[in-house]
Design a binder for this molecule. Structure first.
Ligand SMILES: [Zn+2]
Length: 176
């Protein structure tokens, strides 16, 4: 009989967004942004679900969601990040619920958000949110969406990429 005191290890795989990487992404040349304020046709999607965010935080997170969604829609190399997973990028983004209840001790180690593999809930660190710009936040949302869609992360999942590798991949392929 399996012991109920042992949680399945994949169920506790949290994702880490390392701030050093986010800082590194800031030094890259800004990508031309086709969608912002421009007349680019864009399918209407429901806004990202969120819990416990104040109106300003909500506006910020939803703007990042729209940017992430647009990149998934307009860049094949971005949307194909989800090819071997259980959901498409936009579907994963829409299914996630963002809240600000990340474990403070985790946040103090430079982690900006955690998501369990196949989990719906993205736990953002309250103190990091004001320090992330829209592009960084969009990168983070796609990173977390990959976990929601089933991507694991090393070292919890030794066969999966590390958090940094995921950040690099999203940053490069989605232009974020
Ligand atoms: Zn991660």
């Amino acid at each position: 009989m399996p012991s109920s005191s042992h949680r399945h290890h994949r169920s506790v795989a949290a994702t880490l967004v390392i701030l050093a990487l986010i800082a590194a992404s800031q030094t890259e040349p800004a990508n031309a942004e086709p969608g912002v304020g421009a007349k680019v046709p864009h399918r209407k999607r429901p806004p990202l679900q969120a819990k416990g965010l104040d109106p300003r935080q909500l506006v910020k997170v939803r703007a990042a969601q729209r940017l992430a969604d647009r990149r998934l829609e307009t860049r094949t190399e971005c949307s194909t990040l989800f090819d071997d997973l259980d959901q498409t990028g936009p579907a994963a983004l829409n299914a996630m619920v963002v809240d600000l209840n990340a474990d403070p001790s985790v946040c103090q180690r430079g982690v900006a958000a955690t998501t369990q593999v196949h989990g719906n809930s993205v736990s953002l660190c309250r103190q990091w949110l004001p320090r992330l710009d829209r592009h960084q936040l969009a990168m983070l949302l796609i990173h977390e969406a990959l976990h929601h869609a089933g991507l694991g992360e090393a070292p919890t999942d030794p066969e999966a990429p590390t958090s940094r590798a995921i950040n690099r991949m999203v940053s490069k392929r989605c232009g974020l």
